[in-house]
Design a protein around this ligand. Structure first.
Ligand SMILES: Nc1nc2c(ncn2[C@@H]2O[C@H](COP(=O)(O)OP(=O)(O)OP(=O)(O)O)[C@@H](O)[C@H]2O)c(=O)[nH]1
Ligand SMILES: [Mg+2]
Length: 302
């Protein structure tokens, strides 16, 4: 349901996102409540804001007693991707499509009330995906955006990007816009949207979890943004392993050897490579040779 909030609310919301202390968060939440429009469409939001306020006040009380921070933290595991955006844009649906997680999905806004976590497994590589409660939700703590490796901004309208942009100033990783629910657009509207994205150079991908449109491209994009190489080890006379050794881009043979175990590189007598970094199959290379994604590596040891 649309909430149609005015500029005062937007201002208060901005203050909330900028708030660093619990006191600032309480003040900003109180301001959001007082400046929010009050009608059927804002009922859920107001109820959530009031719950947030209550929680903050309780947290403040607890912190006062114990002297400790009570904030829940998500443990970062490997490459972390955060799904971020306004209510109802399909964040939880995307988490469910990409990972093993089964978050609650519903037609009502503000369904997700705490961050949901899943693991994407794609072409032998794993990434942690976090479905963050939507903007305007009490549980939307944007601090995680700053340390995430990749932020995916889910929108149903490209113009909403303007309101999201100010929240991304401290984001260190990459970010990309996902324009969701593409199945709802006519071919004509889709063509127009694609043209706008191109001419305005908006970093966006068009997806639909219903039809699967754009999903392969999205997974490929996530993989690219990880800046890693997958190498397949092979023993002489045997086929290569199917589970890759995942290494950062720019890794040398010596460094890859050390990844197998410490001291391994000293045992390498000869290395043979087939694949993207080799000029021909079974090429003999030195320890300083830089590997590329999908190389097959055969170590001959003493
Ligand atoms: N047509 C269409 N509907 C979708 C698509 N993906 C999700 N939806 C629907 O959109 C609604 C919201 O989906 P959610 O995944 O719960 O959205 P969300 O962004 O997690 O929402 P909140 O957690 O409430 O902020 C649900 O009714 C979904 O079934 C899509 O690709 N196409
Ligand atoms: Mg959700």
């Amino acid at each position: 349901m649309p909430t149609n909030q005015g500029p005062e609310f937007a201002e208060a919301e901005k203050k909330y996102y900028a708030a660093k202390t619990i006191e600032e968060k309480i003040a900003a939440t109180e301001e959001m409540i007082s400046t929010s429009k009050k009608h059927k469409g804002t009922e859920t939001l107001l109820a959530l804001l009031k719950t947030r306020l209550k929680k903050f006040k309780e947290g403040q009380e607890k912190a006062r007693k114990t002297g400790k921070s009570t904030r829940e933290v998500i443990k970062k595991e490997g490459f972390q991707v955060v799904l971020f955006g306004p209510p109802n844009t399909g964040k939880s649906s995307l988490l469910a499509s990409l990972t093993n997680a089964r978050p609650k999905i519903s037609i009502h806004p503000f369904t997700t009330i705490k961050p949901e976590v899943g693991t994407l497994e794609y072409q032998g590589v794993k990434a942690q995906i976090i479905d963050l409660p939507s903007t305007g939700s009490p549980a939307c703590d944007i601090g995680i955006l700053n340390t995430a490796d990749l932020v995916l901004i889910l929108l149903t309208e490209s113009k909403e990007y303007e309101t999201i942009k100010p929240l991304l100033t401290r984001v260190q990783g990459e970010h990309k816009i996902l324009l969701t629910k593409q199945d709802l657009l006519s071919e004509e509207a889709k063509r127009k949207l694609e043209a706008t994205i191109k001419s305005k150079k908006i970093p966006a991908l068009l997806i639909s979890t219903y039809t699967g449109a754009g999903m392969e491209e999205l997974k490929e994009y996530i993989l690219q943004s990880m800046h890693i190489c997958r190498i397949y080890l092979k023993e002489p006379g045997k086929p290569a392993t199917t589970i890759p050794l995942v290494i950062p881009e720019g890794t040398t043979i010596k460094e890859a050897g050390e990844k197998i175990y410490k001291g391994f590189s000293a045992k390498i007598r000869e290395t043979r490579i087939s694949g993207p970094s080799s000029k021909f199959a079974n090429q003999k290379v030195g320890l300083q040779h830089i590997l590329k994604d999908k190389d097959i590596v055969e170590f001959h040891t003493n």
